[in-house]
Design a protein around this ligand. Structure first.
Ligand SMILES: C[S@@+](CC[C@H](N)C(=O)[O-])C[C@H]1O[C@@H](n2cnc3c(N)ncnc32)[C@H](O)[C@@H]1O
Length: 226
């Protein structure tokens, strides 16, 4: 299990029916079922080849009727109300499309690989309640950064524009991972600014540089090491 997967499963709550959308390997569902955290789980993937990996991993649970495999786009193969839906490792735009087609699940954990801002905007505009919204990291030397949103369909969280852009909890008691990510991006931006650039690219990078400086300054004295 990678550090990313371990982080995600540590936040999965006990529920009756669980669904893992874009399940691929199926590790998250195995965690839920083997720990008795759900009665029944759907493993769903748009690719039959990906789903086959989870089917192999969860063959016993499938035979026992506790795990239902489906090849489907997003939430389309889920035939009953789910208490908790996980959508991890899929791009933010695709995650939004899945929510548009299938509706916002009662409770969910989303871990978009990019474009998290679009996911936040979608959820907040539609009255979702966001419990956690922060960045975590994997790896010590070559860090990788991931955003995570835990919430429910109802609750009507109110976000500022900055919170939509950077993640609410990253600004209210930022995680060390978020600060590292911003500092790394600042370093890369400054390196690029030393090179030959057209006027438009330079202006864009300079705006981003200022934005990064401001965010780093804002969160630096307010770090959560977890
Ligand atoms: C990188 S894997 C992530 C696997 C696992 N959820 C994780 O976080 O480790 C992405 C998986 O999502 C599946 N996928 C992509 N778009 C999908 C969609 N619209 N509906 C269902 N599955 C999708 C892909 O086939 C692939 O198996």
């Amino acid at each position: 299990m990678t550090a990313r997967i371990a982080h995600i499963v540590s936040l999965l709550p006990a529920c009756r029916v669980f669904a893992d959308i874009g399940c691929d390997h199926g590790y998250m569902t195995r965690y839920m079922l083997r720990r008795g955290l759900c009665e029944r789980a759907y493993i769903s993937d748009i690719s039959a080849k990906s789903l086959a990996k989870a089917q192999k991993l969860l063959a016993e649970e499938i035979a026992a009727g506790k795990c239902i495999p489906v090849v489907a786009n997003g939430l389309e193969g889920i035939r009953e109300p789910c208490d908790f839906v996980l959508i991890a490792g899929i791009g933010g735009e695709e995650t939004v499309k899945i929510l548009e087609r299938g509706g916002i699940p009662a409770r969910f954990l989303l871990q978009p690989m990019k474009n998290t801002e679009k996911v936040r905007r979608y959820l907040v505009e539609r009255g979702a309640g966001i419990e956690r919204d922060y960045t975590f990291s994997e790896g010590k030397v070559q860090r990788k950064y991931y955003d995570l949103i835990l919430g429910s369909a109802k609750g009507g969280s109110v976000y500022s524009e900055k919170e939509l852009r950077f993640g609410r909890d990253n600004l209210r008691g930022a995680s060390a991972a978020f600060l590292f990510e911003m500092k790394e991006e600042l370093e890369k931006t400054e390196t690029r600014l030393k090179g030959d650039l057209g006027a438009a690219s330079r202006a864009k990078l300079e705006t981003r540089e200022i934005e990064l400086w401001e965010i780093i300054h804002e969160v630096e004295g307010n770090i959560r090491y977890d």
